[in-house]
Design a protein around this ligand. Structure first.
Ligand code: SF4
Length: 414
């Protein structure tokens, strides 16, 4: 099929504004990194960012940087440098790509933003093990390298139903962070500041959910591939007014599309759910491949991971503890399957694509019989693609393409 004939994924007009606020965010971090008065905290992507922001830290998210290494296809060449110092090719390729980039003194930020020469130097690094243990090792390596303190929240994992005991244990750890962080930031912890940040974070989360929920419309006004790009502010700017303003703008555009019956994919015939990590270096290829098959991959667990509906400024620590513990990645297969069934129904899904990411078992849910159980219960067919979030050596493009095309044929026959 020639370039002109290819069905195109409809462009989102708000993208320009998103690029601008992301640029402002990185330039501000760069300034903070070079100033002795401004403090930078590194935070895991579903870590306690609200506490850090309330204490005046400029917050940087290494996972966002690692995803940029993947999306710019720099990661595959950088991973071996981390392997050479003892970090296995089998572990998180965000970790190995990010450490490899540091060792090679390179960053995609320099290419994207003129004048930025390096990632921002931290004054402290903070993680939450709710997603995996790898963040602790990853952040620990950088804390040693930069000679800065490291603090963590240790969350129970594989939880079926969240109890008060789970919430209290995490809330206490979050409260205990404030004292050492005050000393680093030089600012006293003020619960009123935290409430303000949490109010903005909740607003951002609610708007992000509404944005993603527009995909329930037929045809869907946005795809999973759009979501992986537009989730940037929900990850790195939650707790700020900029993120809230941005999602109001994006939501208005998508609601307009729904009103006009405009789909993101030309002639949408099939609607798929993506389960697992994106393959960052192949977002465009996959978007085009599904587009040519008139198939919209329109919803995912991954993009939904930055919805924190439990945030309540009037019960700050407990509600943060609950929100950061009730995430999909923290839960047992029972709870995950319950959640996916709701999503299949809500988004009117015809099929599920599981991405078995070689280096992220935490976000690969196909390994313990889930696809088979869900298919038996719902009758919705599933396809598993073997690949990786960042290490493109783990992916066979030809095989993925053949399998996806065969899967769509199967849906057609159905
Ligand atoms: S959840 Fe997966 S991709 Fe994310 S930091 Fe952990 S191992 Fe890496």
């Amino acid at each position: 099929m020639s370039e002109v004939e290819k069905p195109i994924r409809k462009k989102i007009m708000a993208t320009g504004e998103m690029r601008k606020i992301m640029a402002d965010y990185f330039y501000e971090l760069d300034t903070a990194s070079k100033s002795s008065d401004m403090k930078v905290a590194w935070c895991s992507s579903v870590g306690p960012a609200e506490i850090l922001r309330s204490l005046g830290f400029y917050v940087y998210f290494p996972e966002n940087h690692a995803a940029m290494l993947g999306a710019t296809r720099m990661s595959t060449d950088l991973i071996p440098y981390a392997n050479a110092i003892g970090y296995s090719p089998e572990i998180c390729s965000y970790l190995t790509a990010d450490i490899g980039a540091y060792l090679q003194r390179t960053t995609p930020l320099s290419k994207a933003y003129e004048g930025i020469e390096s990632i921002p130097k931290p004054d402290v690094v903070v993680f939450n093990t709710n997603q995996c243990r790898d963040v602790q090792d990853w952040f620990g390596w950088f804390a040693t390298e930069y000679g800065v303190p490291i603090h963590g929240v240790h969350t129970h994992r594989g939880i079926k139903d969240i109890t008060e005991a789970h919430v209290r244990s995490v809330a206490k750890q979050m409260e205990a962070l404030t004292e050492p962080l005050e000393k680093i930031s030089g600012e006293r912890f003020d619960i009123e500041n935290l409430k303000k940040v949490l109010t903005l974070s909740r607003e951002c989360s609610d708007l992000w959910k509404k944005v993603l929920d527009t995909a329930a419309a037929v045809p869907s006004p946005l795809t999973f591939f759009d979501g992986t790009i537009h989730m940037g502010p929900a990850v790195v700017l939650r707790g700020t007014q900029q993120a809230v303003d941005y999602y109001k703008m994006l939501l208005a555009e998508l609601e307009e599309r729904v009103k006009n019956g405009e789909g993101a994919v030309e002639g949408e015939r099939f609607r798929l759910y993506w389960e697992g990590m994106p393959i960052w270096g192949r977002l465009r290829d996959h978007s085009e491949l599904f587009g040519t098959l008139n198939t919209s991959v329109l919803a995912s667990t991954y993009c939904n991971s930055w919805i924190f509906s439990a945030f309540d400024p009037n019960d700050a620590f407990n509600s943060m503890a609950r929100a950061y513990t009730e995430l999909f990645i923290v839960r047992s297969d029972d709870a995950k399957e319950r959640y996916i069934k709701e999503m299949l129904d809500f988004f009117k899904i015809d099929g599920i694509v599981y991405h078995d990411a070689k280096t992220c078992p935490n976000n690969s849910n196909n390994r313990y019989g889930m696809p088979q159980r869900l298919e038996t219960e719902t009758g919705i067919p599933a396809l598993t693609i073997n690949g990786d979030l960042n290490d493109l050596r783990c992916l066979s493009d030809e095989q993925a393409k053949t399998n996806i095309e065969a899967f769509i044929e199967q849906l057609e026959e159905k």
